[in-house]
Design a binder for this molecule. Structure first.
Ligand code: FES
Ligand code: FES
Length: 218
């Protein structure tokens, strides 16, 4: 008889390390037996079938109708059927696989998710995709022209405007917006108008220098 086959001892019933060991083993055996019995009851060929997709539901359990929208993303027209509760950030990252836009705080505090919507910079975590039917979206993936980097992307490399890189796509998209708005005439102005973009690595001197440099070139 092995250690595991021993009947429950007085010590096991009364506590201690051995008791924990036996109790765990007996529970595992019971769970495995229950699982085997359930599988045996399922007709052959249905055990691996995926369950039917459930319609999305709200918190009260009521099903939610999917919504259809059209977006132009980095120049490509996309027709999407989506859950109306999805943020624009989640649609970009999870539906369109554009993971260059980062999810930092998911509550509007860090700027990592900054993109351009109809030319204006926004935090994509704070807005529902359904609110932007027909909009033109630009993400970090849409800035370069083939192998030619956008001037601000090149300036970030030249001025060492990053360390870990997690904030960088948001910083660059925000910098593009900041320059287009005419808010990049001085380091002070750039710092003020880019203050919604947080860099936990503290690469701010390089970021400000890059935006100032690109503003002079564009
Ligand atoms: S992820 Fe959107 S602001 Fe932080
Ligand atoms: S480079 Fe690391 S958070 Fe900005």
């Amino acid at each position: 008889m092995s250690e595991h086959d021993k009947p429950e001892s007085e010590e096991a019933r009364s506590g201690g390390a051995e008791a924990v060991h036996y109790a765990f083993f007996r529970r595992d055996v019971l769970q495995m037996a229950a699982g085997a019995a359930t599988l045996a009851a399922i007709p052959h060929g249905t055990a691996t079938a995926a369950p039917p997709a459930a319609a999305p539901t709200n918190q009260e359990g009521t099903s939610v109708m999917p919504a259809r929208i059209r977006l132009t993303v980095n120049g490509n027209s996309r027709e999407l059927e989506l859950d109306p509760r999805q943020s624009l950030l989640d649609v970009l990252r999870e539906t369109l696989d554009l993971t260059g836009t980062k999810k930092g705080c998911n509550q509007g505090a860090c700027g990592a998710c900054t993109i351009l919507v109809d030319g204006k910079r926004i935090n994509s975590c704070l807005t529902l995709a359904i609110m932007h039917d027909g909009a033109e979206i630009t993400t970090i993936e849409g800035l370069a022209k083939g192998d030619e980097l956008h001037p601000l992307q090149a300036a970030f490399i030249e001025h060492d405007g990053l360390q870990c890189g997690f904030c960088t796509s948001g910083q660059i998209m925000s910098g593009v917006g900041c320059i287009a708005e005419g808010h990049a005439h001085s380091p002070e102005e750039i710092r003020f108008w880019m203050s919604g973009n947080i860099c936990r690595c503290g690469a701010y001197p390089g970021i400000v220098a890059a935006v100032a440099d690109a503003a002079g070139r564009t």
